[in-house]
Design a binder for this molecule. Structure first.
Ligand code: CTP
Ligand code: K
Ligand code: MG
Length: 181
């Protein structure tokens, strides 16, 4: 598989996992998931993880996946690449995994004494990738094996942190996000 094909498949297949974090930033607010509760004197998750942000993030990712399925044939023609379509279980697993990874990272941040919004280099950029891939694998192992070959996985792990840094810097510059990470 050529580099262009590998990158195209990696980005396409991860789009439903990329959008939830950004949608959550736009839609966030309201009741925090942890209800304000603490554990050992620290918030379980913090005010940055809300029910509304999480639900809207998952919805946005799933709807994007539905849209990608609808245009897959034209996009594949256009790029000259056989792009994958998303099975129903994966339409949910990718965005739900992304949100779960982000929540797990906040749990880890609070346990390590980091306040809401504090940077956690490495974890911030890859938390959602690891959980999105894990849930997609559990939801559809055969599909996962066909789409996420080793080279596609390498591209995902290398390119995702870069994309994450760029989109968050843009969201920060636009005043949508409190920190640039
Ligand atoms: N957000 C949300 N629900 C989520 C994830 C994000 O409502 N599940 C919203 C919140 O308004 C949050 C913003 O998106 O403040 C930015 O997300 P993120 O950077 O993940 O949260 P932080 O506020 O930085 O908190 P943390 O330190 O826990 O990551
Ligand atoms: K985060
Ligand atoms: Mg943050």
């Amino acid at each position: 598989m050529g580099v262009f094909e590998t990158v195209a498949i990696a980005l396409w297949a991860m789009l439903p996992a990329y959008v939830p974090n950004n949608a959550a930033v736009l839609a966030g607010g309201g009741r925090p998931i942890d209800g304000g509760r603490t554990w050992n004197g620290r918030r379980i998750l913090g005010d940055g993880k809300t029910w509304r942000g999480t639900a809207m993030g998952i919805l946005a990712g799933a709807l994007l996946g539905v849209a990608l399925n609808a245009v897959e044939a034209s996009a594949s023609d256009l790029l000259g690449v056989a792009l994958p379509t998303f099975p129903a279980a994966v339409l949910l697993a990718l965005p739900a995994g992304a949100m779960l990874g982000d929540i797990a990272a906040s749990f880890l941040k609070r346990r390590t004494g980091r306040q809401r919004g504090a940077a956690f280099p490495g974890v911030d950029q890859l938390d959602f990738v690891v959980f999105a891939l894990l849930l997609a694998f559990l939801a559809a192992p055969d599909w996962f094996g066909e789409v996420f070959t080793l080279s596609v996985l390498v591209v995902v792990v290398v390119v995702t942190p870069l994309l994450h840094l760029v989109t968050n810097a843009i969201a920060y510059a636009l005043g949508l996000k409190d920190e640039p990470w």
